[in-house]
Design a protein around this ligand. Structure first.
Ligand SMILES: [Fe+2]
Ligand SMILES: [Fe+2]
Length: 282
């Protein structure tokens, strides 16, 4: 890990750009004309294009380096070169298609785990001085809390004994990896878990003859759908925070306390997912 620094990566990028320059020279030479004068003219033009390519490459590399060095001139201060070693841990609960009640219980477990994770991640971010990232984790922890309680409410309509699991204990990483772990979980939920659950709940609602159970299954479709849409925004802000970890935002995050949607910037007029204005500022 220690050998990977932003400066080394930039050196790599500069070497890459320089080899592109050499490739340009070789290809220009290989397409030289057949007469001496043509060859010599081709050589001259190859040499001119070589020098242009090389100078373009080195100026592009210099520009790329300058851009990064404006942000951070000491690689020891860079905050996004840590490594997540245990890949399996952050993919969330396994999708089930048993039935909607099982899916609600699985979603409640996933959201409870996410709430515990983000609460722990928020503390790490705060301790390390990432004040806005701590606020983002705090807002998303609250969003997952909203989701798990909405899911519990529906689950109890299908099974009065349904209840939320205990919160798991969490072993957080450094903040850069916490953001990536969070984004991976959110992307899994929005692109795999919730779509699977929504489809199953729609099928069951369609086939259900009991009016009360049908209404509960339709409510499950709505709760899963709103959560699915909110998780995509969570993933977006985690990736945004990751890419700007060394140039942090000063802007506020706005949590919709009805559905868990999160926005960064000015307070939105209304939630694009659930249509209300119940925003909390973080
Ligand atoms: Fe989320
Ligand atoms: Fe909302």
């Amino acid at each position: 890990m220690s050998e990977i620094t932003r400066r080394n990566l930039l050196k790599g990028a500069a070497v890459g750009a320089a080899s592109m320059g050499v490739m340009g020279v070789l290809s220009a030479c290989s397409s030289g004309g057949s007469t001496a004068s043509a060859a010599s003219s081709a050589e001259a033009s190859a040499s001119a294009s070589a020098s242009a390519a090389s100078s373009a490459a080195s100026s592009a590399a210099a520009e790329a380096m300058a851009e990064f060095e404006m942000v951070i001139d000491d690689p020891k201060k860079a905050s996004n070169f840590n490594i997540i070693t245990d890949e399996a841990e952050h993919h969330g609960p396994t999708s089930t298609t048993d039935d909607t009640l099982a899916n609600l219980n699985s979603a409640m477990a996933g959201e409870t785990g996410a709430n515990a994770k983000y609460t722990a991640f928020s503390k790490v971010a705060k301790d390390k001085g990432f004040e806005r990232i701590a606020a983002l984790f705090e807002a998303t922890a609250k969003a997952e809390d909203i989701h798990r309680h909405l899911e519990e409410e529906v689950a109890q309509k299908l099974d009065p004994a349904a209840k939320l699991p205990e919160s798991p204990s969490v072993d957080p990483y450094e903040t850069d990896c916490n953001l990536i772990a969070g984004a991976r979980g959110e992307i899994y939920e929005t692109s795999d878990m919730y779509p699977t659950y929504i489809k199953k709940a729609m099928e069951e609602a369609e086939a259900e003859s009991d009016a009360t159970r049908k209404a509960a299954l339709e409510e499950a479709v709505k709760v899963f759908t709103r959560a699915k849409l909110a998780e995509a925004y969570h993933a977006k802000w985690y990736m945004d925070a990751y890419t700007t970890i060394d140039t942090p935002t000063k802007e506020s995050y706005w949590l919709c306390s009805t559905c868990g949607f999160i926005h960064k910037g000015a307070k939105p007029a209304k939630c694009p997912i659930c249509g209300v204005n119940t925003f909390e500022e973080y």
